[in-house]
Design a binder for this molecule. Structure first.
Ligand code: NDP
Length: 389
């Protein structure tokens, strides 16, 4: 696929937090000398998308927002860069020849394009956890049939991927996902009741997009990661543990049957996980901050509190139930999150709504096709919206 030693990449969601870090890593690892960028995509941030496309010499730039097509076209006039928009544009970006695709669109909107890239056999660097949460085994099957590799970028899953000994998978007893605990780790339910999106988005350790930052505060992000890990590593729900680790230095761990626990550590910087996925199976040189153990002095751990953070309990429920419950949890969560960001519901109402929707849709049949997944997602959104109005 790649011409000579150069690799062809596509970055879906290039204007976001993961997307910009990805382009930064690409630049640091050789930029145009080593990589051709087949496509970059964004949504509303047209100036940044156009600037990125010119800077990296992308062949195609896509905005997910059809109404912004003209604006993007104008911003790229004379550049020779192809321009597209909307759902079909995103699919076109995913289907452009590229051997490595960063899946960093936020939310379920990332599912269809990531699936398109997986089906044609690209290696998928998966930041968009929603693909696995909603479509689970169907998504994995598409990757397997396509023949590409699935390279986890979520820092926890990337950590596990780094320390999982492939020939010892039978000896994996458990995985331990670390969680920073977010900005409300020590807050009472009463204190959380009245927080706004601006307060909830202020993550203590990681710099991330708006939605994942708020999901970290409610621990819905960890809930999604539990379901993601179950599919990614083929584990039973009871093999997935969560431990609160406020320093975010241990990114996750694998426990083996001989009692050994292997962990991956590093400063909280997504470029390490992105660089690992880009250079896998080799390691690359990245100028990220190094851990200073003497300065760090201590690592703390505490059990998660499922009463203050019911998202964790809901994730266990979704994992045990199987079927489309992952899609239902995610679809209703995305609807509740939008409503919280707009100030229509309170912070704690998000989990209440997800729980009610999961309860109401508990009998939805398991998905046999991707259309079933999209239908379950839509049903969950409608049901959640009905509870919010
Ligand atoms: P951001 O919100 O920063 O960026 C999201 C990207 O998706 C942007 O390019 C945005 O475009 C685009 N986008 C937004 N809405 C749509 C839509 N409806 N259709 C298509 N594209 C859209 O998110 P993050 O980078 O933080 O997260 C991206 C994914 O990676 C998420 O799934 C998240 O859970 C996951 N992840 C993120 C981590 C992080 O550190 N940020 C860590 C681990 C996983 P525009 O900018 O133009 O709006």
């Amino acid at each position: 696929m790649a011409s000579g030693d150069r690799r062809r990449l596509a970055v879906l969601g290039s204007t976001g937090s993961i997307g910009t870090s990805t382009l930064d890593v690409v630049e640091r690892l050789g930029g145009r000398d080593r990589f051709e960028i087949a496509a970059v995509t964004g949504n509303g941030n047209i100036p940044l998308l156009a600037e990125q496309a010119r800077q990296v010499g992308a062949e195609l730039a896509v905005t997910a927002d059809e109404h912004r097509y003209g604006e993007l076209k104008e911003a790229l006039a004379g550049s020779g860069i192809d321009v597209a928009a909307g759902r079909s544009g995103l699919i076109e970006a995913a289907e452009r020849e590229a051997d490595w695709v960063m899946a960093a669109i936020v939310g379920n909107a990332g599912l269809a394009p990531t699936l398109a890239a997986a089906r044609r056999g690209a290696d998928i660097a998966l930041a968009n956890k929603e693909c696995l949460v909603s479509a689970g085994s169907l998504f994995l099957e598409a990757v397997r049939k396509g023949g590409g590799r699935l390279l986890p970028v979520d820092s926890e899953h990337n950590a596990i991927f780094q320390v999982l000994e492939n020939d010892q998978r039978h000896a994996v007893e458990r995985i331990v996902l670390t969680a920073s605990g977010g900005p409300f780790r020590t807050k009472s339910l009463e204190e959380m009741r009245h927080v706004t999106a601006d307060i909830a988005r202020a993550h203590p350790n990681w710099s991330m997009g708006l939605k994942i930052s708020i999901d970290s505060a409610s621990m819905f992000n960890k809930a999604l990661e539990m379901i993601e890990a179950r599919h990614l590593f083929g584990l039973r729900p009871d093999q997935i543990e969560v431990i609160v680790h406020p320093q975010s230095v241990i990114h996750s761990m694998v426990g083996y049957t001989d009692g050994s626990v292997l962990a991956q550590l590093g400063c909280p910087d997504m470029r390490t996980a992105i660089g690992y996925a880009l250079s896998y199976p080799k390691r690359c040189d990245l100028p990220v901050e190094r851990l200073d153990f003497a300065k760090l002095a201590r690592l703390d751990f505490e059990p998660p509190d499922e009463v203050r953070f019911p998202a964790l309990r809901l994730a266990r429920w979704a994992m045990e139930a199987g079927g489309v419950q992952g899609a239902v949890l995610n679809g209703s969560k995305e609807t509740a999150l939008e409503a919280f960001i707009k100030g229509r519901i309170g912070f704690l109402a998000m989990a209440d709504i997800v729980e009610k929707v999961m309860d109401q849709l508990a009998d939805l049949p398991a998905a046999t096709t991707m259309d079933d997944v999209f239908a379950a997602d839509e049903k969950a959104r409608q049901t959640a919206a009905g509870l919010i109005k």
